[in-house]
Design a protein around this ligand. Structure first.
Ligand code: SAH
Length: 221
């Protein structure tokens, strides 16, 4: 499969629903984020190994999450689990599109607990042209980050035992969090959409998923 056909099939399958998610999918070359030996299969709809038992998620999972996140230009988004940096780049293309004024840009802050993968994400994002829109931090994202402002959206790309309280704390009023919650073993995980409205936290089940386990303080030990 090539890039255009992958996107066409994701649209046909009803996974890519909106123009903004589609345009971002078209602009980010997944081949720049997969290891050299997987370049040939970069546009198959499958996860691929990136070392240390971690994977770059399958394209359909990235775009299911981007649709649910309800992203807009100008937003500040936190990603927990940078991995290859690919998902962060697809979010950056919506909150800070390549063809828009940098003065209107939002930003993505992506946190990665594994130092080698944090460097990998940084290198991939730099080579692909996202270094001014995506900031990579090597830390435990389950504990949140000490930012000066609240964030509009949070996406967690590893399965958590529970919704980490520091992430709810970091969300702005009206903010949304998308997170897989469930077992660490690739089964029995639910993708949840969590909305913060004043003091209310509204949770919605989206679909069943299979993610690698979240580590760190509010992850699996
Ligand atoms: N979004 C990535 C795929 C992520 S795989 C991509 O587009 O390629 C999940 C990642 O979460 C792994 O890289 C893993 O090291 C990282 N991770 C696990 N627990 C974490 C934590 N507590 N904080 C930050 N990153 C974490």
């Amino acid at each position: 499969m090539d890039h255009a056909r992958l996107i066409e099939s994701l649209v046909r399958r009803g996974i890519i629903k909106t123009e903004k998610v589609r345009r971002a999918a078209e602009r980010v070359k997944r081949e720049l984020f997969v290891p050299e030996r997987y370049k040939e299969v970069a546009y198959e709809d499958i996860p691929l190994p990136i070392g240390d038992d971690q994977t770059i998620s399958a394209p359909h999972m990235v775009f299911i999450m981007n649709e649910v996140l309800d992203l807009e230009e100008g937003q500040l988004v936190l990603e927990v689990g940078s991995g290859s940096g690919y998902h962060a780049a697809t979010i950056a293309e919506i909150v800070a599109p390549s063809d828009s004024q940098p003065s209107r840009w939002g930003a993505v802050i992506t946190v990665e607990i594994n130092p080698r993968l944090a460097s990998l994400a940084f290198e991939n994002l730099s080579k692909a042209g996202y270094s001014s829109r995506v900031h990579v931090v090597n830390a435990d994202g389950s504990s949140g980050l000490p930012l000066r402002r609240k964030v509009d959206r949070i996406v967690v790309t590893a399965a958590a035992p529970q919704i980490p309280p520091p992430l709810i704390e970091m969300l702005a009023d009206g903010g949304k969090l998308v997170i897989p919650v469930g077992s660490p073993g690739f089964w029995g995980q639910d993708l949840l959409l969590v909305e913060k409205r004043g003091n209310n936290i509204i949770k919605k089940h989206i679909t069943e998923v299979a993610f690698v386990p979240l580590r760190g303080r509010y992850g699996w030990s």
